[in-house]
Design a protein around this ligand. Structure first.
Ligand code: ZN
Length: 228
């Protein structure tokens, strides 16, 4: 009762896309890590300057261990950059650093999708732990189809969260690209590499959201087929 073949095939394809996207983001990052930016800025310097240029003097930039662990923490209001991004002066490092600053700017200007994402977070945090249990129980015990229905409602919150993440990520990247050129961090001919790095990262979010949407559709279809 766990399978619903037409959807399972689509989910399988989306899963393949997701794995490919994760390999690709690493590969693209490594490739453009070898190309130094002409401005000579490190990821840290680019992030610091971009924050200051946007009046975010009180948002610190900190190095953290790991690869591709870069993020903006909206609660602590800190931009955290993985060590290679923080210390290096490459197209990859500067692109990722400025993308994270893009999130800090979104936070400052109350970018609507980011605000929505923050509001959804506590709900999603609560429901995403319970949703799989309800869905599995609902799939096993066909006579309790309402469990599956309840699981679907809870899982919907997580899916909505992932979908709202997409415009947030795309917007942070487009802000980063525009500002990097405007501030002179990169030249026009370096922008191609920046776009490759940022687009590769965006694709991983698209693939993850796609898997969730398809899974949700699958559960809805199973639920409906039982109600008939
Ligand atoms: Zn991001």
């Amino acid at each position: 009762m766990f399978f619903y073949w037409p959807m399972d095939i689509l989910i399988f394809i989306a899963f393949g896309l997701s794995i490919w996207a994760q390999f690709r983001v690493k590969g693209t990052f490594n490739k453009w890590s070898d190309t130094r930016v002409q401005s000579g800025l490190t990821g840290y310097e680019a992030a610091r300057r971009l924050l200051d240029a946007n009046g975010l003097y009180d948002v610190p930039v900190e190095p953290i261990p790991g690869a591709l662990t870069d993020h903006y923490d909206p609660i602590a209001r800190v931009v955290r950059l993985s060590e290679p991004v923080y210390y290096e002066s490459s197209i990859s490092a500067v692109s990722v650093a400025c993308h994270e600053v893009g999130h800090a700017i979104q936070h400052k200007v109350h970018y609507p999708m980011l605000v929505m994402r923050h509001r959804m977070f506590p709900v999603v945090n609560l429901t995403s732990g319970v949703a799989p249990l309800l869905i599995i129980a609902g799939l096993i015990f066909q006579q309790f189809n309402f469990l599956l229905g309840l699981g679907i409602i809870f899982f919907s919150a997580a899916v909505a969260f992932q979908v709202v993440t997409l415009p947030v990520e795309f917007n942070a990247s487009s802000r980063a690209r525009e500002l990097m050129v405007a501030e002179g961090f990169i030249s026009n001919d370096e922008e191609r590499g920046v776009a490759k790095v940022l687009n590769a990262a965006a694709l991983t979010y698209v693939a993850a959201a796609l898997i969730s949407v398809l899974e949700l559709l699958k559960y809805i279809m199973i639920f409906n087929s039982r109600e008939e």
